[in-house]
Design a protein around this ligand. Structure first.
Ligand code: KIV
Ligand code: ZN
Length: 533
């Protein structure tokens, strides 16, 4: 690949930059499930984490490298600051991958140099050269990022990039770290790099950007027009603060407006050759998986993957679409994998039909997960006559979600209504296997359930988000509950799906509390180690 390439490389950083956003913390099994789906989606590179950050991060990158980083799979990348111990950890973590990349970075803007790094420009130049060369001793595939490039002095940026490439960087990534630039400015930065870095032909130009002003995707598309060939993005645009450029928006812009972009990539305007390797039909499923596992809901009007993205409410639009879809639709819902909501299974469907449909939907689940999911399916099918693909997805995602099994919800019972005091009784098993029952009165049934659970679990927390969404239409629909709670400055999410939304609410809360409890146990262990060592 080169900067004159006719194809755009998609670098997914959902598991690194995406996971950096508050409350998105995923465990290893969940990261693996996402990495496998990203591979099915067809991303070229997965930035699997920041190996040096913690043993858990190291383990996640390492396992993804081992299982997803196959010969025909994506490149597996770990982030590393421009420091020896960071780079060494990244190299060790990606080692099992057939194709591994180290992504090292150092800030280049004056404000970062002065206040954060307390380094001179000369020192940053020297560190860049030394650390890229050090990373190169582990693998050939080295990406270098001058952090806060968007606010860096262009002349200094050119010097740093030249040094990085001379030391062995094969990709130079230009981050708009604080989401400050506008599309024409960002395009000009890329053009400036192409015109002024003498050895730029030896590296791919990549872009990375945050969405603080809502301009990240527009900035990237302008960068493509000016020579960028790698886009760093996340599913649903999750990430630090306002998030990163959204993968689905970039890919679909390049897909729907291919004729417009073709000439900028040196292709004939009417060329049919895809501009990315992404299987667009996997987009919707990937979006749902990431939202379910991170607990970060997708806003209904979100481009491409929001629930309203393909809905037509106004009479004039509906009339037009019925006459000809293209009157108000620039893309087909099926192109992102939104199938018609097929009714496929019912209470008499057997295990084989269940397994086959899941395979058709692209789920690869283990025998144990299948057994668990099938039990759930039977339970739901008893209450809901027709089970659609979307119901199946909700059931399976519930099983893939791996909240630690510490407290286990055994029973939830509520009594509420007009002129009644909402009251809840819950029974939970503690991590030691003790059965505890408690009851509480609340302002509503969910509040009563949460108060009763709190009396058993007894970990201080504040509920900061509670949302119920129905998976399909109809009175017997499955309800999906997503919650986020806060303990000190940490946020934990939980999700559950059930035909009974009180049960789903209780289970989602227990899932979030289990994550919080696991975190506290880990902190306690670390404290003990520090005290005794
Ligand atoms: O936003 C940023 O600058 C980053 C770099 C580490 C690439 O995430
Ligand atoms: Zn970033």
């Amino acid at each position: 690949m080169s900067n004159n390439s006719e194809r755009i490389i998609i670098f997914d950083t959902t598991l690194r930059d995406g996971e950096q956003c508050p409350g998105a913390t995923l465990n290893i099994e969940e990261k693996l499930a996402i990495a496998k789906q990203l591979s099915r989606l067809g991303v070229d590179i997965i930035e699997a984490g920041f190996a040096f950050a913690s043993p858990g991060d190291f383990e996640a990158v390492n396992q993804i490298a081992r299982t997803v980083g196959t010969e025909n799979g994506p490149v597996i990348c770990s982030l590393a600051r421009a420091r020896r111990d960071d780079i060494k950890a990244a190299a060790e973590a990606i080692a099992p991958a057939a194709k591994g990349r180290i992504h090292t970075f150092i800030a280049t803007s004056d404000i970062h140099l002065q206040y954060k790094l307390r380094k001179t420009r000369q020192e940053v130049l020297a560190t860049t050269e030394e650390m890229v060369a050090y990373a190169k001793t582990f693998t050939d595939d080295i990406e270098f990022s001058p952090e806060d490039a968007g606010r860096s002095d262009p002349e200094f940026l050119y010097q740093v990039l030249e040094k990085a490439i001379a030391a062995g960087a094969t990709t130079v990534n230009i981050p708009d770290t604080v989401g400050y630039t506008t599309p024409s400015e960002f395009g000009a930065i890329i053009k400036g790099i192409k015109d002024n870095v003498p050895n730029i032909d030896q590296a791919i130009i990549s872009v990375h950007g945050h969405n603080d002003l809502g301009l990240a995707v527009a900035n990237f598309l302008e960068a493509v027009k000016n020579g960028a060939r790698q886009l760093e993005c996340t599913i649903n645009g999750i990430g630090e603060r306002a998030g990163n450029a959204a993968l689905e928006e970039l890919v679909m812009a390049l897909y729907v407006r291919k004729q417009y972009f073709n000439p900028f990539l040196g292709c004939a305007a009417d060329s049919e050759k895809p501009l990315t390797n992404i299987d667009t039909k996997q987009i919707y499923k990937t979006s749902r998986l990431v939202s379910n596992l991170t607990g970060l809901l997708v806003q209904p009007n979100k481009a491409i993957v929001g629930t309203n993205a393909f809905a037509h409410e106004s009479g004039i639009h509906q009339d037009g679409v019925l006459k000809n879809k293209r009157t108000y639709e620039i893309m087909d819902a099926q192109s992102i994998g939104l199938t018609d909501n097929l009714i496929v299974l019912g209470k008499h469907s057997g295990r084989n039909a269940f397994r086959t449909r899941l395979q058709e939907l692209g789920y690869e689940i283990t025998e144990t997960e299948l057994n668990k999911a099938f039990l759930r399916f039977k339970d739901v099918a008893d209450k809901k006559k027709e089970i659609s693909d979307w119901d199946l997805e909700a059931i399976v995602n519930d099983e893939i979600q791996q909240a630690p099994d510490l407290f286990r919800l055994e029973l939830v019972q509520v009594s509420s209504g007009s002129n009644a005091k909402p009251t809840a009784t819950v029974t939970l098993y503690t991590p030691d296997g003790e059965e505890l029952t408690d009851a509480a009165i609340g302002t509503g049934p969910v509040d009563a359930v949460y108060k009763a659970i709190n009396r058993v679990v007894n970990v201080p927390n504040k509920l900061i988000e509670f949302s119920v969404q129905s998976v399909t239409a109809g009175i017997d629909a499955i309800g999906e509950v997503t919650i986020r709670l806060k303990h000190e400055d940490k946020i934990f999410s939980g999700r559950s799906a059930n035909t009974d939304i009180i049960v789903a609410s209780a289970q989602a809360y227990v899932n979030a509390l289990n994550r919080l409890y696991a975190y506290l146990l880990k902190e306690q262990k670390q404290e003990q180690v520090t005290v005794s060592s």
